[in-house]
Design a protein around this ligand. Structure first.
Ligand code: GTP
Ligand code: MG
Length: 201
């Protein structure tokens, strides 16, 4: 799929105020600093559409972007960032869970995981929560430019092993790098195929 247009629509902390349109929607979620906003910029080919930062906690709201005038990408705040105060951490968790609980337009979420790290409890817990709430998701491994090809394979295999202890099968997954533009076509083709399915239903 080619990205012909990408526009910022709005930022919100209130799910009820998100766009009312029923356009298909795809949300990017994961730990703070994992690369959600960078991935949105890489996928859309727009360098500063979503705001990024080396410091965790940059994205603090639900951000909607309209793509090709007919679907939405959503950049969400990160979870599991220890340095925000307990109370604001709670607020993040609340509107993140509200978002996934209420947003009927959501076709699938992408849970981003830094490929360099061993499976982390916070990510596995979040995936379990998504499963329990029947929210479809795929995994996007980020920052693949930081590892050699063999190490990428090993880290993905290790992740599979841990997930298969609790999941019947490995969710669909993608290996990406925003700085080296890896995985762009795969993710966009996948979204394109889901959009086509939605249209034909
Ligand atoms: P929050 O909004 O704070 O939750 O973070 P985020 O998940 O949106 O991360 P963001 O895209 O802001 O990126 C965090 C840092 O990781 C920035 O310094 C990025 O430059 C860096 N980064 C993101 N993607 C990649 C990547 O693919 N490779 C490398 N090497 N660095 C990346
Ligand atoms: Mg961000």
């Amino acid at each position: 799929m080619k990205i012909k247009s990408a526009e910022f629509v709005m930022s919100n902390s209130d799910v009820a105020k998100c766009p009312k349109s029923m356009l298909p929607e795809y949300a990017f979620i994961g730990r703070s600093n994992v690369g959600k906003s960078s991935l949105i910029n890489m996928l859309t080919g727009r360098k500063s559409l979503a705001k990024t930062s080396g410091r965790p906690g940059k994205t603090q709201l639900i951000n909607h972007f309209l793509i090709n005038k007919n679907w939405h990408l959503v950049d969400l705040p990160g979870y599991g960032y220890a340095r925000v105060s307990k109370s604001s951490k709670k607020v993040f968790q609340k509107f993140i869970t509200q978002y996934f609980g209420l947003r009927e337009q959501l076709v699938t979420a992408f849970v981003l995981v830094d490929i360099r790290h061993k499976p982390q409890h916070v990510d596995l817990d979040f995936m379990r929560w998504m499963g329990e709430h029947e929210v479809p998701f795929s995994i996007i491994f980020t920052k693949a430019d930081k590892l050699k090809p063999n190490a990428i394979l090993k880290h993905v295999e290790d992740y599979k092993t841990v997930l298969l202890e609790t999941w019947e099968c490995m969710p669909k997954y993608f290996v990406t790098s925003s700085s080296k533009t890896i995985g762009k076509d795969d993710v966009l083709e996948y979204i394109g195929s889901l959009n086509t399915n939605m249209e034909s239903n």
